[in-house]
Design a protein around this ligand. Structure first.
Ligand SMILES: NC(=O)c1ccc[n+]([C@@H]2O[C@H](COP(=O)([O-])OP(=O)(O)OC[C@H]3O[C@@H](n4cnc5c(N)ncnc54)[C@H](OP(=O)(O)O)[C@@H]3O)[C@@H](O)[C@H]2O)c1
Length: 248
């Protein structure tokens, strides 16, 4: 049996992040899970839900607002001193904001969306990479992206035009961030994941998949043999047994 790993998931108090933790902790209960969330009480409430679902794995709340550099640095210090290691970092937290009909909020929504979806992930990677590299024999980073960030799927018309352009632009930027970090850090497995359209608060619960199905690809990337899925952008349909490459 492989030794227990420490796995951090941002935005894990609800939505796809909650389902990623639920599915990982079910498949790999000997690992230690760090539940990243903005409010400690939301994290504690999520842990109660996991216990009600029969999840027995070790789970700890880590207060972490990815749009705030001080919060990221403080979380890294806590993880470094309290848990002493980190093996997998799942950058799941993300937002999408609607453009006003008169376009008056463009500066605000692009700034806020990029702060969380792009700058936040860049800060998470730069802050946590030293700990991942120093303490894990198989360090991994999984950035939760979206098909909406695929230039190919948008430009080929395979996806309909989006109602949240700033979100699509931020996920395309996140994809490039993933590619650049993966090139710069070859000893760390860094990849992007596309969960697919899931029923979460993010889209008013109008997505197509159960969030547990959306979590499947992240679970596969987190648990697969280290030689599998090196870099890349990955998705998984409900019936798939393995992750499938998504075009950038
Ligand atoms: N749902 C979909 O159909 C879909 C499709 C493709 C990709 N995705 C991606 O999947 C990820 C999760 O989406 P979701 O559907 O689960 O969304 P969600 O239900 O709205 O949940 C978002 C989570 O992110 C957290 N969060 C937001 N801003 C944060 C910040 N600054 N710092 C830390 N946590 C923050 C939220 O925390 P609070 O509870 O504190 O707000 C919440 O836990 C996102 O990256 C999204 O882009 C979703």
């Amino acid at each position: 049996m492989s030794p227990a790993r420490t796995i951090l998931i941002t935005g894990a108090n609800r939505g796809i992040g909650f389902s990623i933790l639920q599915a990982l902790a079910t498949r790999s209960p000997s690992d230690c899970y760090l539940l990243g969330c903005r409010k400690a009480e939301d994290g504690e409430a999520a842990i109660s839900q996991f216990r009600n679902l029969g999840i027995t794995a070790e789970i700890h709340v880590v207060v972490l607002d990815v749009s705030n550099e001080s919060s990221i640095k403080a979380a890294e210090q806590i993880i470094r001193t309290t848990y002493q290691n980190l093996d997998v970092m799942i950058n799941n937290a993300g937002i999408a904001l609607l453009e006003a009909p008169d376009h008056s909020n463009i500066p605000e929504i692009y700034a806020a969306t990029f702060q969380t979806n792009v700058t936040g992930v860049a800060l998470m990677m730069s802050t946590f990479l030293p700990l991942l590299k120093a303490t894990s024999t198989d360090p991994r980073i999984i950035n939760v992206s979206s098909a909406r960030g695929s230039l190919y799927l948008a430009s080929s018309g395979k996806l309909p035009p989006s109602t949240t352009r700033s979100y699509c632009v931020s996920k395309a930027a996140l994809n490039m961030l993933t590619v650049e970090y993966a090139r710069a850090e070859p000893e760390v497995k860094i990849c992007a994941a596309e969960p697919g359209s899931c029923k979460t608060a993010f889209n008013g619960f109008r997505g197509q998949k159960d969030p547990l199905d959306g979590a499947k690809v992240v679970v596969e990337l987190a648990l697969a043999d280290k030689r599998k899925y090196v870099g890349g952008f990955w998705g998984m349909n409900t019936e798939d047994k393995e992750a499938q490459e998504v075009p950038w």
